[in-house]
Design a protein around this ligand. Structure first.
Ligand SMILES: O=C(O)CC1=CCC(=O)O1
Length: 259
């Protein structure tokens, strides 16, 4: 039997001949996490969005996987689509996939944006416990508390994002928790050669600027750091304008040799 692709589902938007930007989603969200950025990005870029296993209606994983497996899956997807090099932006787990891709296949990553993410998402224990909870009880308990984890108090636009989590396959979600538990790129950040911008939400609870974004920015040679006020963990959804502007500005500045 042919193994399932590690990145099970994708979508391309924007001008077919434009340079490609890959967008990676976070745990519990689908590729539609990036809808706020899509109109601006597709003006000048071909946008390749993908879904994590069991997310966004994609098939669940057929076994355990790591963040590095997901990065290899993105590289395989680029191969299948005959895309040599692309810019990459990822939120949270999607950002970790970008970090791993930049380390494992540096020739594929022309420019990198790491949004609300980390080289290490804390101790593995709580991630393993969350995986066990979701395998036992489904995604309901983590969906009930998602708005508080993802957004600042009072943000009124949380519902479509929480609905993405409610629609996520429990094994897909739990597999991603296990992948996050095992991920630690701290000692390898110096090997990222892509020009990198780190974006943080000033009020991000799961990956606060201090201890997460600042570690990425300090560890990746030449990386810049932008902290967005009034944004929690899903900063691109809560404060779309400054995040879109920062992403496009970074890609325009750093990817000179566009295809
Ligand atoms: O716990 C959450 O939902 C926040 C999060 C951590 C990694 C990720 O992708 O999302």
């Amino acid at each position: 039997m042919t193994p399932r692709p590690r990145i099970p589902q994708h979508r391309l938007d924007g001008p077919p001949d434009a340079p490609v930007v890959v967008l990676g989603p976070s745990l519990g969200t689908s590729m539609d996490l990036w809808l706020p950025q899509l109109p601006a990005l597709t003006r000048t870029w071909r946008v390749l969005r993908y879904d994590l296993p069991g997310h966004g209606g994609a098939p669940p994983p057929d076994g355990p996987f790591t963040v590095e497996d997901l990065a290899d899956g993105v590289a395989e997807l680029l191969d299948r689509l005959e895309i040599g090099e692309a810019a990459y932006a990822g939120v949270s787990l999607g950002g970790a996939v970008g970090t791993a891709l930049a380390l494992r296949a540096p020739e594929r990553v022309a420019s990198l944006v790491l949004c609300c993410t980390s080289p290490r998402f804390g101790d593995p224990g709580p991630w393993r416990e969350r995986a066990a909870l979701v395998r036992r009880e489904g995604v309901g308990p983590v969906a009930d508390t998602a708005a508080d984890r993802w957004f600042t108090p009072g943000f009124t636009g949380a519902e479509p994002y929480v609905a993405m989590l409610r629609a996520t396959d429990p094994e897909g979600y739990a597999g991603c928790c296990d992948a996050l538990a095992a991920f630690d790129a701290t000692a390898r950040l110096g090997g990222v050669s892509a020009p990198t911008l780190v974006i943080a939400g000033a009020q991000d609870g799961p990956t606060p600027p201090h201890g997460h974004a600042d570690r990425l920015a300090a560890g990746i040679p030449g990386a810049g750091l932008t902290v967005v006020d009034g944004a929690g963990h899903l900063a691109n959804a809560e404060r779309p304008e400054p995040v879109t502007e920062a992403i496009i500005g970074h890609f325009d500045r750093t990817w000179k040799g566009r295809q």
